[in-house]
Design a binder for this molecule. Structure first.
Ligand code: SF4
Length: 384
């Protein structure tokens, strides 16, 4: 099957180029503690050897940045760092990476009186000085609050889109075009829509595709495939990540999954026009990274899936997240959400917090809430 790719700009990232018609690069992220240099280097190398074009490392502190400098010396992987809330870390990480990711929705937390434009200018200056590419990474769970206020709360897509477009215009005005954009959501249908709308307006900007918190294989791969088939099949997307909840030693499976989906699409082995099943239980779980606060999270995600099997025919979404950085925001849209702290798991019903429970207490508590939701749905069906 010949796919007419969008005519995107070429964005060099270390020894690969994203966009400009180059092969679609597959990325992943280390989930080891960044300050555990040996483990992080081993994981970065395992991902590179499996075919990762870029390996992202989480850096949240100056100590992580010091570890990153050492990691850089010990791996030939193209490295990227996600700045999360501390934009000033760009200065400490840029000398050691090939790409910096910033999230427009996270620029508000530090130095609140400083306009976001100054913060972006600072990041771009570091990228220019140290020969880095940039990703403007917009995420459904952390959209710029100023943009969200401007639109109907039911419309989660337009604020994401407008935030990305605004940042592209600003970064262009700084005479910097070596960037890609990502627009991620845990719902594949939203990923499809927001990326299509972005590509209609900025077909020149390379897109990094991904479905966040896709969950465990095989479901996580299937959800991601749904979005990638629709987008890559239409020429949209220059680099991808398949975010899967996997233990550390299985992380390279993310790369294998990404390469497999891309190969299938190019060979025409697509699973047709896939309709999302809106009448079934949907478990979303984050792919885990070095921010996971208790490794029991991976088992918890598996146990939630197993325990909730009895509810598979109900249209209920349960989110399981590994940390406090993204957990609280990303669980807001789920019917029931769990986000994991070091000793307790926080349980939510939509945006409402229901309390924190031990890792050995959470499953029965979750089941209680799930049973209530099922009862409400059953009652509503009977009344109709
Ligand atoms: S929710 Fe936290 S632990 Fe999970 S991938 Fe996101 S940042 Fe990492």
């Amino acid at each position: 099957m010949t796919i007419q790719r969008n005519p995107t700009r070429s964005v060099p990232i270390g020894n690969i180029t994203v966009g400009g018609g180059e092969a679609i690069a597959v990325q992943s992220m280390t989930a080891t503690k960044t300050q555990n240099i040996d483990a992080t280097v081993a994981q970065a190398e395992a991902l590179r050897e499996r075919g990762a074009g870029v390996v992202r490392i989480a850096v949240d502190s100056q100590k992580d940045a010091v570890a990153l400098a050492e990691i850089r010396k010990q791996t030939t992987a193209n490295l990227a760092v996600d700045l999360q809330e501390n934009f000033r870390l760009a200065e400490a990480v840029a000398p050691h990476v090939n790409k910096i990711r910033y999230n427009p929705g996270h620029l508000y937390h530090h130095q609140r009186d400083k306009p976001w434009q100054e913060k972006v200018r600072f990041i771009i200056e570091q990228a220019k000085e140290f020969d880095c590419a940039v990703r403007i990474g917009v995420n459904c769970g952390s959209v710029d609050p100023a943009k969200k206020e401007m639109y109907d709360p039911k419309d989660s897509i337009t604020p994401m889109l407008e935030s990305a477009l605004e940042h592209c215009d600003f970064v262009d005005s700084l005479d910097f075009t070596r960037y890609v954009v990502s627009l991620k959501d845990s719902d594949p249908s939203k990923v499809i829509e927001v990326n299509q709308r972005f590509a209609e307006q900025r077909s020149d900007v390379p897109l990094h595709l991904g479905v966040t918190e896709a969950g465990m294989p095989p479901d996580g791969i299937i959800k991601t495939r749904i979005a990638f088939e629709q987008l890559i099949g239409r020429g949209i997307g220059d680099t991808v990540r398949v975010s899967l909840t996997l233990p550390n030693d299985r992380k390279p499976e993310e790369i294998a999954a990404g390469l497999g989906i891309i190969d299938d699409i190019h060979a025409g082995r697509v699973r047709t026009v896939v309709n999302l099943n809106e009448k079934a239980l949907n478990i979303i779980s984050c792919p885990s990274c070095s921010r996971v606060e208790n490794e029991a999270f991976i088992d918890l995600a598996a146990n939630v899936k197993e325990m909730t099997e009895y509810a598979k025919e109900y249209a209920i979404t349960i989110a399981v997240m590994g940390c406090r950085v993204n957990g609280p925001g990303e669980t807001d849209d789920a019917d029931l959400g769990l986000w994991c702290g070091p000793a307790k798991v926080n349980l939510k019903k939509g945006p409402e917090a229901l309390g924190a429970f031990g890792y050995d207490e959470i499953l029965p508590r979750l089941k209680q809430e799930l049973d209530i939701l099922i009862q409400h749905k059953t009652d509503a069906t009977v009344q109709n």
